[in-house]
Write a protein that binds this ligand. Structure first.
Ligand SMILES: [Mn+2]
Length: 398
């Protein structure tokens, strides 16, 4: 069997903007390339849509696109005893899930006969000796428990695949069980392929003698991470006979750049100049489409230079039609000094709470504009009484 596996189409991404058709154009191009390959089965690992409640226009574009797809259902993949228009299996992703009580857009596409959804379930093709298991995306803090309870067991003598849509510890190195409970080590054993959506870059990794772990990545850049710029968007092609897995790039996708700019004790004027230079260097390239550009600013400002003087909206206005996104991690000298001061005070064994209060009031004194009782706010926050803190703030605003 020849199986295509891709993920995270995010249909409707940037809807109502200049880029609203990008997700559809990328997917349409992917299907054009796929249907030339005489494939037997198509798999998507979740996040077919970008939001839980896409508009009728967004759904219409999705149906129009899927109606054009010409992939013969040679394997007679069925949903509710009805042979599907496309031999396609998918799971539901975190972006589109609406819980047990409501239907999500992917379920609409299933009901229309375009695909078959899996959740803690599997489909077997006994003639071809292939089994596809799938667990739709669930909140990461429950993922390990649900997977263990379901306990998918590979079928003997079959080519077994498992589809997931979760955060995997090794790929998101945060020591927090609320963020990822599943790691490569506790994935079920005995599968030929475990493919995971959700993470938008692609990778192929042998995790034990038997199993290849795949991240197909998204068909459109939405997370705007550096890693997404270093590789092209595409899909995996699996030949279950030879067990060969290859990656094919989707042609003509929108170019995307992620630039890190570091500064040391600089001025706002120099920051602005550097941003403009970076954007203009990218725009001077021979690109097939207008690019998406994300710029991350790092480092420190000179004494007396303040971040609030940096007007990123004004810069954006100079480049109409170019999608710009900024991550501003610039530090004012005072903040850096305060961290230093905090360390010093801590080393003198002062009470942390008192030090925090000192710094809080010191910082506030530089920005406060009226007679608001910041000291009282600090004390309320220190007592973790958020309700009262809100009352104090809103009372002041109103
Ligand atoms: Mn996604």
């Amino acid at each position: 069997m020849k199986i295509i596996i891709f993920s995270d189409w995010h249909l409707g991404y940037k809807w109502k903007t200049e880029y609203e058709m990008d997700s559809y154009l990328h997917l349409d191009q992917a299907f054009k390339q796929i249907q030339e390959k005489d494939v037997d089965l198509v798999i998507c690992c979740g996040d077919l849509f970008d939001v839980k409640d896409p508009s009728l226009d967004e759904i219409y574009e999705a149906i129009k696109l899927l109606n054009k797809v010409e992939i013969k259902n040679k394997i007679n993949l069925k949903q509710k005893e009805r042979i599907l228009k496309i031999p396609m299996i998918t799971i539901i992703g975190n972006h589109e899930t609406k819980g047990k009580d409501h239907k999500c857009p992917a379920q609409l596409l299933e009901e229309m006969g375009f695909l078959k959804l899996l959740h803690c379930d599997h489909v077997s093709f006994d003639l071809e000796k292939i089994s596809i298991f799938g667990m739709s995306g669930i909140p990461d803090k429950y993922a390990k428990d649900v997977l263990e309870k379901w306990k998918p067991t590979p079928k003997e003598e079959h080519y077994n695949m498992l589809l997931l849509h979760q955060t995997i510890k090794e790929y998101v190195p945060v020591e927090d069980d609320m963020i990822a409970t599943i790691s490569l080590a506790n994935l079920p054993k005995g599968f030929d392929v475990i493919a995971n959506g959700h993470l938008h870059w692609s990778t192929k990794e042998k995790i034990n003698e038997k199993t290849t772990f795949l991240l197909p990545g998204s068909t459109i850049a939405t997370q705007l991470k550096k890693i997404e710029t270093e590789q092209k968007k595409g899909f995996f092609i699996i030949d279950t006979k030879t067990k060969e897995i290859t990656f094919e790039t989707i042609k003509n996708t929108r170019p995307f750049f992620n630039e890190n700019i570091s500064f040391k004790e600089t001025t706002i004027k120099k920051v602005e100049e550097k941003i403009k230079e970076t954007i203009e260097n990218i725009l001077a390239k021979d690109l097939p489409k207008k690019p998406l550009i994300r710029i991350i600013l790092k480092g420190t400002l000179e004494d007396k230079e303040t971040i609030k003087e940096l007007d990123l909206n004004l810069i954006e206005k100079n480049y109409p039609g170019t999608y710009l996104s900024f991550g501003n991690k610039l530090q004012e000298k005072t903040i850096k000094e305060n961290i230093k001061k905090l360390r010093e005070l801590k080393s003198q064994n002062k009470d942390v709470s008192e030090i925090s209060k000192e710094l809080f009031l010191d910082l506030i004194s530089k920005v406060k504009k009226d007679d608001f009782d910041y000291e009282r706010l600090f004390d309320i926050l220190r007592n973790k009484d958020l309700k009262k803190a809100k009352e104090l703030v809103y009372e002041k605003i109103e």
